[in-house]
Design a protein around this ligand. Structure first.
Ligand code: DGL
Length: 270
């Protein structure tokens, strides 16, 4: 077992949404260096075909691996749904997606085995959550629902108030009468709508935040396999985007509740 590995953790998402996962990594693993790639030129992934999301995921992975990362986090539900297995096969470092941790947590949480999944169209179409949960417990009943408008709402910062509530009520009416006791927030942006979603679903439905579960999993893996960072001194926190660093900083700092000090615009497709 390796006792120490001071290389950074690589994290990618289609844009800013994966910062919800990064924020949890900062909280759970404050000593780790990180490199975050937001593919802001090609966001959103949630409305694209599986082939396209797969290609984008490989290009993002190639960029991060070239930076010498010790572990890769696919901090995007859509990319995890479509490309996790293929990416895992193609690299020699551990790869964590957000689906498995969320699925495991949902099963731990549910009492009546009725679980709701909300996500982008591509995530719901892939049935990745359903397959993962069913592989762990065949008797679980899964109700999936795409909520595409939640992403632009969050991007606009409309996470509370009338508009968010009306949109949430409209979407979630499609799942509210199913008797679920657990709802997986199967998209990076949705944790920011937790209050509104919780209000609409009511107190008997527990919400699963994949970002929190993923960070816990990364910690376990680093402890077990790859080694944690043991260097004294502050970890480095680098950000790369494929377009509009200014917008990323503006929205990203709100997500992270901290300053983004190092950011660079790069091209990943080659
Ligand atoms: N990051 C995406 C996800 O978690 C949401 C935004 C997008 O569609 O690219 O599915």
């Amino acid at each position: 077992m390796a006792s120490e590995n001071n290389s950074p953790i690589g994290v990618f998402d289609s844009g800013i949404g994966g910062l919800t996962v990064l924020k949890e990594i900062f909280r759970v693993l404050p000593a780790e260096s990180t490199i975050y790639l937001g593919d802001t030129a090609r966001v959103p992934y949630g409305i694209r075909s599986s082939e396209t999301v797969m290609r984008y995921s490989f290009e993002n992975t190639r960029f991060l691996v070239s930076k010498g990362i010790k572990l890769l986090v696919i901090a995007c539900n859509t990319a995890s749904s479509v490309s996790l297995a293929a990416i895992r096969k193609s690299v020699s470092i551990p790869v964590i997606g957000v689906i498995e941790p969320g699925a495991e947590a949902a099963l731990k949480s549910t009492g009546n085995k009725k679980i709701g999944i909300i996500g982008t169209e591509a995530t719901v179409r892939s049935s990745a959550y359903k397959k993962t949960i069913k592989a762990l417990d065949k008797s679980a009943e899964i109700f999936s629902l795409p909520c595409p408008l939640f992403v632009p709402l969050v991007e606009e910062g409309w996470t509370e108030g009338e508009v968010a509530r009306v949109v949430a009520e409209k979407y979630l009416s499609g799942i509210k009468d199913k008797g679920i006791d657990t709802l997986v927030l199967g998209c990076t942006h949705y944790p920011l709508l937790k209050n509104v979603i919780s209000m609409v679903m009511g107190p008997d439905v527990r919400l699963i935040d994949s970002a929190v579960e993923t960070a816990k999993k990364i910690k376990d893996i680093l402890k077990k396999d790859s080694g944690e960072r043991k260097l004294k001194g502050k970890p480095s926190r680098e950000f790369y985007v494929t377009d509009s660093p200014e917008r990323f900083i503006k929205v990203g700092e709100r997500f992270l509740e901290q300053k983004i000090k190092y950011i660079e615009k790069i091209a990943v497709s080659c």
